[in-house]
Design a protein around this ligand. Structure first.
Ligand SMILES: O=C(O)CCC(=O)C(=O)O
Ligand SMILES: [Fe+2]
Length: 111
């Protein structure tokens, strides 16, 4: 956590874990856009285990899509206007996959 905070210059105050047991586990298209996040959410996601492909697509034009392989130990940073204009997902895979865990560090509005 310290290394991620130092690298990106944020003090995260929330951690959400995602466990994908195998290739059948997935997260559907969504935006991380809730009242507990700021208008421009900051999320750093550390991937551990199996490499899975992370997809991004533009809200206004679904054909505009990217696929980013996230290998063990990689960190994906989502910030700025990303949640405003883009959706993301972790799709099922057609090939066999072992476990993957993501640690998603987030900045959350505290009461
Ligand atoms: O596991 C991932 O890489 C994505 C997870 C995700 O989108 C989320 O936790 O909001
Ligand atoms: Fe997400």
């Amino acid at each position: 956590m310290n290394k991620i905070e130092h690298t990106f210059g944020y003090e995260f105050n929330s951690l959400l874990l995602n466990l994908y047991c195998d290739h059948n586990d997935s997260v559907a298209w969504h935006r991380d856009k809730e009242s507990r996040y700021s208008d421009r959410p900051v999320i750093a996601s550390l991937s551990l285990g199996e490499t899975r492909k992370f997809n991004l697509r533009k809200l206004s034009r679904h054909q505009s899509r990217h696929g980013i392989p996230l290998p063990n130990g990689s960190v994906l940073m989502m910030k700025g206007d990303l949640q405003e204009h883009w959706e993301h997902r972790l799709a099922k895979s057609s090939s066999l996959m072992k476990e993957r865990l993501t640690l998603t560090f987030r900045l959350v509005n505290l009461l």
